[in-house]
Design a protein around this ligand. Structure first.
Ligand code: CTP
Length: 426
């Protein structure tokens, strides 16, 4: 890949000391590394450290080196900008486009890929203001590296911990390698079919058998693929409007067939939404499109049974003897069906939500993948208190050689990023 001009933004958090290792690794790779700390960052790690490690002059101010128009020059020259750690404050400033220091002006002056490794307390990460800012940055094509769940300063644990410098280095290297200048993303030109949500099997006109899947993990997979350039069809299975809004916020149309663009000019993927409710509708939506798809991700939670006969009128208590017996028959297994007839160039990915039991998660994932015949299977543990209605998740991914190829922990966005990266690495 040769020597790249890499700008490392360092902002004011305790994780700043870990950025030193990132700078060291990038310099070791032979890159021309320019560190731009914020004034606050210098309270954690001093300027001489950054100059010594990067072997380049370091300033925080837009008033130094004015003759060479330093406040825009770094941004113009950069092949990539990575900000580690990125504090909640810096993320907010980026979302607003503020340019009151050298890092701010550099970010506005660049067309290079921008990657951020957030680090903050869980409460700050989860605050709607921060999340809205993250959404804004992602919609502009900024790449997220973490955060992950783990120990935070002060003894707390939870999502908000910065990814380790080695992992950030890996992500940066991948991005530098994958992205020659131009409008290509690693998934550009690929068509993905992603299902998300939980099916509903009607009992009668007003009742159904359903499950607790919100569809957020699947939606994140669709968005992560689009950010990398894929044209995604998302089959939205009874998604809550708030979840669907993540996809459709900007480009909603009345038609139930919505297209929206994600990523920056560099990765112009898209997400198109089609809706389904029952397993039969989901099957129709998938079977009708599977042939055109390069990758299929079956993240939807599908009912294994449906009513043998759906009542055409509301079931009434007075028509029963006090108890109610439902006769259920199996639904078709969509994942097994598409895996059995898959094309040579297709990748089919299944999901499994497992409650803890005797066999390990990996063992059960391996068994389920074999049974379904898909290429990859992503398993996560669920329970009364786990997996659903919360943002942190763990995905264990097994492949067709029965190997665990990834074990990613973090927000549903992070785990989606990990899964998409694993799929693209195949
Ligand atoms: N799936 C499917 N069609 C079905 C049931 C499940 O396509 N009728 C898909 C899901 O979308 C998911 C995967 O299969 O990707 C795993 O679903 P799961 O319900 O865990 O599998 P089952 O074979 O039903 O296993 P279990 O007995 O553990 O429920």
């Amino acid at each position: 890949m040769g020597t790249m001009f890499v700008v490392v933004g360092v902002t004011g958090g305790i994780a700043a000391y870990k950025a030193a290792q990132l700078v060291r690794l990038l310099v070791k790779d032979g890159h021309d590394v320019h560190v731009i700390p914020t004034d606050d960052a210098l309270r954690f790690v001093g300027l001489p450290t950054w100059e010594a490690l990067s072997r380049n002059t370091v300033t925080t101010s837009v008033h130094d080196d004015v003759a060479r128009v330093r406040h825009v020059a770094l941004g113009q020259q950069a092949d990539l900008i990575v900000i580690a750690p990125a504090t909640a404050n810096t993320i907010a400033k980026m979302a607003a486009g503020l340019a009151d220091d050298l890092l701010g002006t550099t970010l506005l002056a660049t067309t290079a890929p921008v990657m951020i490794a957030p680090a903050m307390h869980t409460e700050m990460w989860q605050h709607p203001a921060t999340q809205a800012n993250i959404d804004t940055l992602i919609s502009r094509g900024v790449h997220m590296i973490g955060p992950v769940s783990g120990e935070l300063t002060g003894g707390d644990t939870g999502p908000g911990r910065m990814m380790e410098p080695e992992q950030i280095h890996e992500a940066v290297t991948r991005e530098l390698r994958e992205e020659p200048a131009g409008p290509e993303g690693p998934a550009t030109g690929q068509r993905w079919l992603v299902t998300a949500g939980g099916t509903r099997e009607p009992l009668d006109p007003v009742r159904y058998i359903g499950n607790r899947s919100s569809g957020r993990q699947g939606v994140e997979v669709a968005l992560a693929a689009a950010r990398r350039g894929a044209d995604v069809t998302l089959v939205a299975v009874n998604l809550d409007p708030a979840v669907l809004a993540q996809v459709t916020r900007k480009h909603a149309s009345a038609a139930g067939d919505i297209r929206s663009r994600h990523g920056n000019a560099a990765h112009g993927g898209s997400v198109r939404v089609v809706r389904a409710s029952s397993t039969e509708e989901l099957r129709e939506a998938v079977i009708g499109r599977v042939r055109d798809a390069d990758v299929v991700v079956m993240a939807a939670a599908v009912s294994d049974y449906r009513m043998a006969e759906v009542a055409q009128e509301k079931l009434r208590k007075e028509d029963t003897d006090g108890t109610l017996t439902l006769r259920l028959v199996p639904t078709p297994d969509i994942l097994a069906e598409i895996s059995a007839s898959k094309g040579a160039d297709q990748t089919i990915v299944g999901f499994a939500a497992e409650t803890p039991g005797e066999a390990t998660l990996a063992e059960r994932a391996i068994r389920k993948r074999r049974r379904k015949g898909c290429d990859l299977l992503a398993a996560n543990e669920v329970g009364w208190e786990r997996g659903f209605e919360r943002d942190d998740n763990r995905l264990l991914i097994v492949d067709d050689r029965d190997e665990t190829v990834a074990d990613v922990v973090g927000s549903k966005r992070d785990t989606a990023e990990g899964l998409v990266a694993t799929i693209l690495a195949r």
